[in-house]
Write a protein that binds this ligand. Structure first.
Ligand SMILES: NC(=O)C1=CN([C@@H]2O[C@H](COP(=O)(O)OP(=O)(O)OC[C@H]3O[C@@H](n4cnc5c(N)ncnc54)[C@H](OP(=O)(O)O)[C@@H]3O)[C@@H](O)[C@H]2O)C=CC1
Ligand SMILES: N[C@@H](CC=O)C(=O)O
Length: 401
């Protein structure tokens, strides 16, 4: 049988997960590929750490050692940030190697450049793991919803944030304790700023925007908030009146291009994200023909991420197209939305607020810009968009709480 020569860049949570998963599934993979697999080399940063890998694998801190291998078919990249990953991948693509990456920061910034380089050098570039780890959202969009116009994608896209919010909701833990647990489990990035400030979900939704609409909005026009300002008190008040706070990224088309928001949202029990707990991610995709489809599964961790990357490896040896583009209609989606406001009202304004509890929770309906104007005069109020249905009888019931 022919041999498929592989190298790994990065041997942390994800890199190790890929190595172990290939060993675990070797027989099945080789039978699916019709080739034997050889992991020839691994690039790491710290040459002093002892790594449990086969003696035949070249462990190196010098990328040139990988570039000078006599044959290299596929490079798995799992390091952090744009550089040096971009420079390394460009060199491998120029050699005609296929790339499988999990690096969402790199792909949000440089995906377009790498995709055109890959086309030029006839190399495959896959990155399913970069968005929602094990959930096959990119292949669902590419392969399963090609004939649809995608009207909305919304998702819980950061496993660490969902894990922390769930822990705060279910247990008497501090934010720091929950974050430390997420680090220990390999969900959070080494520097978790990207997770808790919403950057990680921001990069992921940008990758989806590129894939579905062929473009990204201007970054400074995107609302991006993390979970760093969500308190246990917010979570408990919301819970007591039937809401759950979730960190959600949304993508919709508009006449002016894609519109994105990334922020904590109050979801009602009717919404499919209400019960998405722990490290799980979920995506709701609305297609004009298919209607709304929800996918739910592990959004971080060694093996869920390795699963997506190994599926990418298999897809490289099948024929499948790189992207699905759809031109949105000229109509913008409805701008009026439902809002949950938590906190103290200092100045009354001409906006209808429905009290939802005695401990400072209010419902409002209106345009974001109007509500935000209201907030300028009421700095002690926090705003959460609501997702899920609010029926009239729910509103009056809640008002009595
Ligand atoms: N953890 C997860 O659940 C998921 C992570 N991802 C993405 O996968 C990537 C890797 O994440 P993760 O495995 O968690 O990160 P880790 O911090 O666990 O591992 C990073 C690895 O990259 C290596 N590395 C860092 N810089 C360099 C460099 N310049 N040259 C060579 N190797 C380098 C490190 O080497 P050394 O060991 O020597 O320090 C380490 O092995 C990130 O882009 C992340 O966003 C995507 C989906 C899920
Ligand atoms: N740190 C990320 C890892 C997966 O992308 C997360 O928590 O979702």
């Amino acid at each position: 049988m022919e041999t498929l020569h592989i190298a790994l860049i990065g041997f942390g949570t994800v890199g190790k997960g890929i190595y172990e998963s290939i060993e675990e599934q070797r027989e099945q993979l080789e039978s699916l590929l019709g080739k034997t697999i050889s992991i020839d080399a691994i690039l790491i940063k710290d040459g002093d750490i002892n790594r449990e890998v086969d003696n035949n694998v070249l462990l190196t801190t010098n990328v040139e050692d990988l570039l000078s291998l006599p044959q290299l078919d596929v490079v798995f990249e799992a390091i952090i940030g744009v550089e040096p990953a971009r420079t390394y991948l460009a060199k491998f693509i120029e050699k005609g190697c296929h790339i499988v990456s999990a690096n969402k920061e790199l792909l949000a910034h440089k995906g377009k450049e790498l995709r055109s380089l890959a086309t030029k050098y006839k190399a495959g570039l896959r990155y399913e793991a970069a968005v929602a780890a094990s959930i096959p959202i990119l292949s669902t969009l590419r392969e399963g919803l090609k004939s649809n116009q995608i009207q909305e994608i919304s998702g819980i896209l950061n496993g660490t944030s969902n894990f922390i919010l769930s822990e705060l909701q279910q247990k008497e833990l501090s934010f720091e304790q929950a974050l430390n647990e997420a680090k220990e489990k390999g969900y959070a990035e080494a520097d978790p700023t990207n997770d808790i400030e919403g950057w990680d979900a921001f990069y992921k939704i940008l990758i989806l925007s590129d894939l579905v609409y062929g473009e990204q909005p201007e970054w400074d026009r995107i609302i991006r908030k993390g979970i760093d300002e969500v308190t246990s008190a917010d979570i408990k008040i919301a819970e007591s009146i039937g809401f759950r706070i979730k960190h959600i990224a949304s993508l919709t088309p508009s006449a002016d291009g894609p519109v994105i928001s990334v922020e904590p949202v109050a979801v009602t029990s009717s919404h499919p994200f209400f019960h998405v707990a722990g490290v799980n991610n979920a995506l709701q995709v609305t297609g004009n023909l298919a209607g709304s489809i929800t996918l739910n599964g592990p959004g971080a961790g060694a093996y869920p991420t390795a699963s997506a990357m190994i599926e990418d490896l298999l897809s490289l040896y099948r024929n499948s197209s790189e992207s699905v583009f759809y031109s949105p209609s000229k109509e913008n989606g409805a701008e009026v939305a439902d809002w949950l406001l938590l906190g103290e009202i200092s100045e009354v304004m001409s906006i209808e607020l429905l009290p939802l509890s005695e401990s400072g929770a209010y419902y409002a309906s209106g345009r974001r810009s109007d509500i935000e104007t209201y907030l300028e005069q009421n700095p002690f109020l926090k705003l959460y968009p609501i997702k899920g249905l609010i029926k009239e009888h729910d509103r009056s019931n809640l008002a009595l709480v």
